[in-house]
Ligand binder design. Structure first.
Ligand code: HEM
Length: 293
């Protein structure tokens, strides 16, 4: 009996840290991964495995692919693959720091820590632009159906696929826009979070409307604001049973089908982009059996 990593279905925590690792060439990863299994519970520490790690283990995870090159009119998005991604969830920054150190120690020497980002809950679940994020997320059974691979794929049942992009906002540029224009960029009113019918077709929620795709493109978003010095934005994190819904939405945001580019790009851009497979939990431990471990 497998269950999903609990952090996928829970609401985002007050504080978080994201760690991205690459592999050290020539050092087998299996022992470090076994050490990781002793530390990562899927709830406070959630694990995503990248394509490079899967292939280094000589395994194959159906559906795990590299982050594509997304290009639309005037825009090309970065792909920044990583071998391993950890989402540390918690409520005490010091505890998260020490947990991150211990995880890094456990993963040495097979893995090298390439990127660390701190994230937090803002104003009860708003993006740093001020707008509520996650309103149209599937909930309860719909969230499970959207994000967790079912029993129809016994080998991967309970696991999930996650797309991760670090977006950096131009805060001053966004603040220079009149309030009504900012509402049109998102397609919802800041004041009451209501959808704006007369918003332009480029507004984010019109571009991303999940039910307007064929098939419907539902994703389970668990994004969190991040900041470092004066820079910041949204760590966009979307879970699914495949990457297809995420790709459908992002392609439409880029105007690949119809030339209409999502107005979000007027004030924010992704600086990273990567895909990971999130193993299930079996008997209280990460189930790495699909990787041959
Ligand atoms: C900095 C980047 C982004 C920001 C600030 C942002 C913000 C928002 C906000 C404020 C909403 C409206 C409330 C809600 O339903 O959550 C929303 C909706 C949504 N966003 Fe984003 N978003 C970003 C990037 C993305 C990306 C990259 C995707 C997927 C590729 C995406 C997919 C969606 C979807 C599917 C919805 C719900 C649409 C619906 O069905 O009504 N967003 N986003």
């Amino acid at each position: 009996m497998t269950t999903p990593q609990a952090g996928i279905l829970l609401p985002p925590p007050p504080l978080a840290r994201y760690l991205s690792f690459s592999l050290t060439p020539g050092v087998p990863a299996a022992d470090c991964l076994r050490a990781l299994c002793r530390l990562a519970d899927g709830e406070r520490t959630l694990v995503g495995v990248g394509r490079a790690l899967v292939s280094a283990l000589g395994a194959e995870i159906a559906g795990l692919r590299g982050f594509p090159t997304f290009a639309g009119p005037g825009l090309e998005l970065p792909a920044t693959p990583a071998a391993l991604w950890l989402w540390l969830r918690g409520d005490d920054r010091g505890e998260i720091l020490h947990r991150a150190r211990h995880l890094e120690q456990a993963l040495t020497p097979a893995f090298r820590l390439d990127d660390t980002r701190d994230a937090f809950l803002h104003a009860g679940g708003r993006d740093l632009s001020g707008y509520e994020d996650g309103t149209e997320n599937p909930i309860a059974e719909d969230a499970v159906r959207t994000a967790i691979v079912g029993a129809d794929q016994p080998r991967l049942s309970g696991s999930s696929f996650v797309a991760v992009q670090r977006w950096t906002h131009d805060f001053a540029g966004f603040e220079r826009m009149p309030a009504g224009e900012r509402d049109f960029v998102i397609g919802r009113r800041l004041a009451d979070n209501e959808e704006i019918d007369e918003a332009p077709a480029s507004s984010h929620v019109k571009r991303a409307a999940q039910e307007s795709f064929t098939p419907a493109a539902f994703v389970l978003r668990r994004s969190m604001p991040w900041a470092e010095g004066g820079r910041g934005g949204l760590m966009f994190v979307a879970f699914g049973t495949s990457f297809d819904p995420f790709e459908a939405v992002l392609r439409r945001m880029l105007g690949i089908e119809d030339g209409i580019v999502d107005a979000l790009f007027r004030f924010t851009r992704p600086e990273s982009g990567a895909y990971f497979w999130c193993p299930a939990i079996s008997e209280g431990r990460l189930d790495l059996s699909p990787l041959g471990l």
